[in-house]
Design a protein around this ligand. Structure first.
Ligand code: GLY
Length: 349
């Protein structure tokens, strides 16, 4: 098939992005078009569509990618109808604890973790980056810093969905740490950890990761989450960890991760993807290789129970993603595209 025909075929499918998402249309790398126009922003899951719009308010006016990725995920953090932000699933003791990080084209980075009662953790992460000599602040120290920086201390207000899910979970309060890589059948149950399979077979999820390239060709990224639903108090996943949930190298590309954080951390996931792109792999091929590495590190039984996905962009503006299982999709926005794209996956189910 000629490249032009492939491109036209994909454009048609791109116009039916939502249809593609519903039907789980699987792509191969050859059929994925290179994004040549700057700026461009990509972000994980369906919530990415609204988040990209927020980012575009900056990118569309020629603004900096760093400002775009903060503003973009701020939309999701404020939404109260997503598994990110103060309305999200709480930990097993009933408290919503938030993790976020941000990274710019100069390798500046900031992160907060185990942060409570603050609406925009990614903006606090940016202040850590810009106003402190540190990269990470956690827990009460992060909250103290946020308040000193003028962020209001909010009341926790679970969304009706999160309240219902937590009440349901409390009936049994089963807790199965998911990241144990030993012969222990009890730990092969993914339990309450997100993303987890809903009864209808779809994956629940709890993170938004976003990477963007601005009109100057500079890259930045952000990642923000409430973490795994009903997690052990104090548990952190990959999302606030630079190199795991997010990594940006302005010479090469940027990557963000979603899914079972413990298994992303295990391979320093986002950094691994960027390094694979440095070696010449396309974003999709790099994500795919990293997913294969995740799969090699866990027992086959556990691989069926977890979801992990990577989403990446390279310095040429080409984007790509790969997941362990079907069901991962991401949102893309550029000058001529605004749609959901279904990621390929290592397994068929
Ligand atoms: N990827 C989000 C988490 O595991 O917390």
């Amino acid at each position: 098939m000629s490249n032009r025909r492939k491109f036209l075929q994909f454009s048609l499918l791109g116009g039916m992005g939502l249809l593609a998402r519903k039907t789980g249309f699987a792509r191969s790398e050859e059929t994925f078009p290179t994004i040549t126009g700057k700026p461009v922003v990509i972000s994980t899951w369906d919530a990415g569509l609204a988040a990209n719009k927020g980012a575009w308010e900056v990118l569309g006016k020629g603004g900096r990618a760093l400002d775009a990725v903060e503003k973009g995920v701020n939309v999701t953090e404020a939404s109260q109808n997503c598994c990110v932000g103060l309305g999200a699933n709480p930990d097993r003791d009933g408290f919503v604890t938030l993790d976020a990080c941000i990274m710019d084209e100069f390798a500046n980075c900031g992160s907060v973790a185990f942060l409570e009662r603050i609406k925009h953790p990614v903006s606090v992460a940016r202040r850590v980056m810009e106003k402190t000599p540190h990269v990470m602040l956690v827990g009460s120290g992060a909250q103290q810093f946020a308040v000193a920086e003028g962020f209001p201390l909010e009341e926790q207000k679970l969304s009706p969905e999160a309240q219902a899910a937590y009440s349901n979970w409390l009936k049994n309060s089963t807790y199965h740490p998911p990241a144990i890589n030993v012969e222990n059948k009890a730990n092969h149950d993914h339990g309450p950890f997100a993303p987890y399979k809903l009864e209808n077979g779809e994956w629940n999820h709890d993170t938004i990761g976003m990477v963007a390239m601005d009109t100057f060709g500079n890259l930045s990224g952000s990642c923000t989450t409430s973490g795994a639903g009903f997690k052990m108090r104090g548990r952190l996943g990959d999302s606030p960890i630079i190199g795991a949930g997010l990594f940006v190298d302005n010479e090469v590309g940027a990557c963000t991760a979603t899914g079972q954080g413990e298994d992303v951390i295990r391979i320093a996931g986002s950094h691994t993807v960027v390094e694979l792109m440095r070696q010449g792999l396309s974003p999709e091929a790099a994500c795919k290789k990293a997913i294969e590495r995740v799969a090699r590190k866990v027992k086959p039984e556990r691989v069926k129970e977890i979801q992990v996905a990577f989403l990446a962009i390279n310095k040429k503006g080409k984007v790509g993603a790969w997941a362990l299982h079907p069901g991962f999709s991401y949102a893309i926005k550029s000058n001529d595209r605004e749609e959901m794209v279904t990621s390929g996956s290592m397994f068929n189910s």
